[in-house]
Design a protein around this ligand. Structure first.
Ligand code: NDP
Length: 328
């Protein structure tokens, strides 16, 4: 029986368990490409799945992990052959399809993106779903017509994964970035990433007025709840906020005032089922618009056996930047 190492999630009497275990290759799910996974990463959703704090996992046993980079071992898909370097994020991996914290993954070839030139597999996972989502948010703001000339942009949850990459990319593109964080100690880190201003998240976390002083032309919000409501009410006429996260909650206690009185737009960002063409575009832009030195500086490396412990840390808001998981 061929087996491989994986972080396996099982149902328990109370909740779920997550442990490093041997997984039987025969249990791999349907797919036309088998990949030797080399790197994965830790995202907020991985924390939810590993701790069982939210019902992310929809089948058992599950292999946790929502994204990987690796090398194709076997393929019956016309686009891929053994030896190709690939990246895969989302599509239900770690939720409904066996995931990425494993030496092997079998997925649909249609889910894969070629590793962009200039990025190593480790770089791709240092970016991971969080960084990919940050780039989808930047692309959405651009599509809305926002440019550095439009005015400042705000990034919330700035010291987290999505926030750190959004801050680094937007500043490299020439934006005046206002980074909002609850961790005052990370102000220097955020300035080093390129933030022009660092504000305390408490400025944005109270109940939102329907309209408040116009402060920014756009924003990337990974926090949700009253923070997103405040962002909207402080957005300049015609501006837009890309909403991609819920670190503070899923609710949105806002009003229609920013939309109907200032023409503000709320741009929804989903990385999981994002179609393949915008995926490729976002990865190309990450290869060109994210400073690799900064990426290295925001990235910490852990092993597969440390993943569970770090899952709890990311939910506690204790992770700065990005965490890559070395699989082999
Ligand atoms: P991280 O934990 O790395 O970052 C989240 C950050 O949010 C924290 O670092 C913290 O930043 C801030 N934060 C945490 N709790 C609170 C709170 N109660 N109030 C205000 N701010 C808070 O997670 P990720 O960056 O990986 O993910 C961020 C969010 O984006 C998550 O909700 C995740 O589910 C979502 N997401 C969505 C995707 C999509 O497809 N739409 C894809 C990827 C992620 P600081 O300390 O700087 O204040």
């Amino acid at each position: 029986m061929a087996t491989f190492k994986a972080i396996r999630i099982d149902k328990a009497d109370k909740g779920t368990t997550a442990q490093l275990a041997q997984f039987d290759e025969a249990e791999l799910m349907d797919g036309d490409v088998t990949v030797r996974v080399e790197w994965s990463t830790l995202n907020y959703k991985d924390g939810l799945a590993l701790t069982g704090k939210a019902p992310v996992v929809r089948r058992f046993p599950m292999i946790a992990g929502i994204d990987f980079a690796g090398t194709v071992e076997q393929s019956s898909h016309p686009q891929w052959k053994a030896g190709d370097k690939v990246v895969c994020t989302g599509w239900g991996m770690g939720e409904t399809h066996l995931g990425a914290y494993a030496e092997k993954a079998r997925v649909k070839g249609d889910w894969l993106v070629a590793l962009p030139q200039g990025l190593s597999a480790r770089d791709a996972m240092a970016i991971g779903t969080a960084g990919f989502t940050a780039m989808l948010s930047v692309l959405a703001l651009e599509k809305h017509g926002i440019s550095p000339k439009s005015g400042p942009v705000v990034v919330t949850g700035a010291a987290g994964g999505v926030g750190s990459v959004a801050t680094a990319v937007l500043s490299k593109l020439g934006y005046h970035v206002i980074a909002s964080t609850g961790r005052a100690a990370e102000a220097d880190y955020l300035k080093h990433l390129g933030a022009a201003e660092v504000i305390d998240r408490s400025e944005l976390s109270g109940p939102a007025k329907p309209l408040a002083k116009e402060r920014w032309a756009g924003g990337v919000d990974s926090v949700g709840s009253t923070t997103l409501a405040n962002l909207l009410s402080m957005t300049k006429y015609g501006g837009a906020i890309a909403a991609c996260g819920l670190a503070a909650g899923m609710d949105l206690p806002s009003s229609v005032a920013p939309f109907i009185l200032r023409g503000v737009c709320l741009l929804g960002i989903d990385s999981v089922m994002c179609p393949i063409e915008p995926r490729k575009a976002a990865w190309q832009r990450l290869a060109s618009d994210l400073d690799r030195t900064k990426l290295a500086e925001i990235t910490k490396e852990i092993s597969l056996s440390e993943v569970s412990e770090w899952g709890a840390k990311i939910l506690a808001g204790e992770v700065r930047g990005r965490v890559v998981v070395k699989i082999v």
